[in-house]
Design a protein around this ligand. Structure first.
Ligand code: COA
Length: 502
């Protein structure tokens, strides 16, 4: 292991800083704020967090944990079970942590993914004590070469008092050169960020830090968890085909070219199915400017339909992972990984005119979208990067199945129980039944589009009745306020919204 580490680590005197995960975890004290690498189950520090969870069983401690986004290898689960997490931000997808958040045991701060390090840099989140960063190499100046994600790692390492590096020797050496690390200047003298196309490179291939801050180097060989994306289903394929027809119409109308515009797709089965659908579509020279590069990105690159993809992480299934990581040199010219502050930067998203495709839990008849809270109270995952893209993209698209829980819940409701993306940020809604193009429509026009094109036919009569009753009362955005959340009340009481139809 030391021999292989020698090839990856050029920092003079690095051997003196090698220690076990347990010894490195001992550097973390009760009450500290810790920033960890990891974004959409890719590139997380793997051994030190688990060592911390083990230690907490006999030596209880609580920390504030910040990451890029979600972690793999059950790290959030183990840290929650060991009661290590007092506060957690900005995103998670773990069922055990979700339960602790909803029980009020862990304070979860659900943030736009582009914003966390901006708040840290501006000292609005207090000071960062320790950063734990997975690296594929360390340069002679102590620069950290990340692995399968950049996330918030660069700013965490730069802002933390101490840095623990997990040097992962199982990562391909070809990762060196994959990343583009750029940190914006401090305000008020910040310069424009010169990304003008998905393939623009503006930074270094490593995270520059003062080498004396490296308090520990832990050698690891852990693997990222494979993605949990399901193969396309009939519903997701229908959603994809509605969207592809819509894009074809936009090209015919001269609003888009056959290269569309840079695509952003949220993680998950629907987004993956939509991106896969583009392989068969009449489009060419596609590009991505997104957060996560998933299997469909590499299928599009391999098909010749996509020329370049920019992201903050690579999250792949077992099979696609074999293909990509064993042959990274072949893809390296056509992909780049950036800090999430750059991949999700509102200014760049607006400049490039991104087509943003994200998933809703539910939407209401006027186009407000809830992506995070079940029945208005219970956190699912978090807003993630969807807000960064939805507010600023050229086309803001939300997709969802028209019902959930085998038809017991309608995903189209009179009033969403929580608003993540308001009516001003939503251009297009798509379900398996159809697509509602809301651009340039007033609320009363949008309601008709959404009910008739997207809602499940079973729930349409009840939505029509609600809307007609509301219109009789008047208003720019008509509502029957006493009934607006009655569908959710039915879901809470009966586990089903079917009673609103009867
Ligand atoms: N009411 C209650 N629950 C609902 C629901 C609704 N209207 N719609 C879906 N659900 C439930 C599903 O039943 C499922 O529950 P289960 O895990 O117990 O089976 C769960 O929500 C996930 O739904 P699913 O249909 O499997 O979709 P998904 O895996 O694509 O996730 C989101 C959908 C909205 C939860 C997910 O996309 C997300 O977290 N989005 C916010 C973050 C984001 O957009 N990031 C994008 C940039 S990466």
């Amino acid at each position: 292991m030391m021999h292989r580490a020698e090839q990856r680590c050029r920092l003079p005197g690095w051997r003196d800083r090698i220690m076990s995960a347990d010894d490195a975890a001992a550097l973390i004290q009760d009450g500290m704020t810790v920033g960890m690498s990891g974004f959409t189950r890719a590139g997380e520090a793997k051994d030190v967090p688990l060592a911390l969870a083990r230690r907490a069983e006999s030596d209880p401690l609580k920390i504030t944990l910040m990451t890029g986004a979600s972690l793999g290898n059950d790290i959030d689960k183990r840290l929650t079970e060991a009661h290590v997490l007092a506060r957690r931000m900005p995103f998670q997808v773990d069922a055990t942590l979700r339960r602790a958040i909803n029980a009020g045991e862990v304070m979860f701060i659900d943030q736009h993914l582009s914003e966390t390090v901006e708040l840290l840099r501006n000292k609005q989140l207090g000071k960062l004590d320790v950063a734990i960063i997975e690296a594929s190499a360390i340069t002679e100046d102590g620069g950290i070469v990340p692995t399968s994600s950049v996330g918030n790692s660069a700013s965490f390492a730069i802002l933390a008092d101490k840095v623990i590096i997990e040097l992962n020797l199982a990562t391909p050496e070809a990762m060196i050169g994959l990343h583009d690390i750029y940190i914006p200047q401090m305000r008020p003298r910040r310069q424009p960020i010169p990304v003008t196309a998905p393939d623009t490179r503006i930074g270094t291939h490593y995270i520059p830090i003062a080498p004396e801050k490296i308090a520990a180097i832990v050698l690891t060989e852990g693997k990222d968890s494979p993605s949990t994306v399901q193969p396309p289903s009939t519903d997701t394929q229908r959603i994809a085909s509605h969207l592809i027809r819509f894009f074809e119409g936009e090209v015919e109308a001269g609003r888009l070219t056959s290269s569309l515009l840079p695509l952003q797709a949220g993680i998950g089965t629907v987004a993956n199915a939509v991106m896969n659908g583009l392989i068969e579509g009449p489009f060419e020279n596609l590009t991505m400017y997104s957060e996560v590069l998933q299997d469909s990105t590499f299928d599009l690159l391999d098909s010749g339909k996509m020329t370049f993809a920019s992201g903050s992480s690579i999250t792949l299934s077992e099979e696609c992972g074999q293909r990509v990581w064993n042959d990274l040199e072949r893809y390296k010219e056509r992909i780049v990984l950036r800090p999430q502050e750059m991949s999700n930067h509102p200014g760049i998203v607006r400049r490039l005119g991104i087509i943003a495709i994200n998933t809703a839990l539910e939407a209401d008849i006027y186009g407000n979208v809830n992506s995070t809270h079940v029945n208005g109270t219970h956190m699912m995952n978090g807003i993630g990067g969807s807000g960064d893209f939805a507010r600023n993209g050229q086309l803001s698209i939300f997709v969802t199945s028209s019902t959930a829980k085998r038809g017991e819940l309608s995903s189209f409701v009179p009033f969403v129980s929580h608003v993540d993306h308001n009516e001003h940020d939503v251009d297009i809604l798509v379900s398996e039944h159809g697509l509602a193009d809301l651009r340039g429509l007033a609320p009363r026009e949008r309601a008709v589009m959404i009910i008739e094109h997207c809602a499940d036919p079973y729930y349409r009569p009840a939505l029509r009745t609600y809307f007609e009753d509301a219109c009789r009362r008047g208003g720019h955005t008509p509502h029957c306020l006493e009934k607006a959340l009655s569908w959710h009340q039915a879901a809470i009481e009966h586990g089903s919204m079917r009673s609103v139809v009867l």
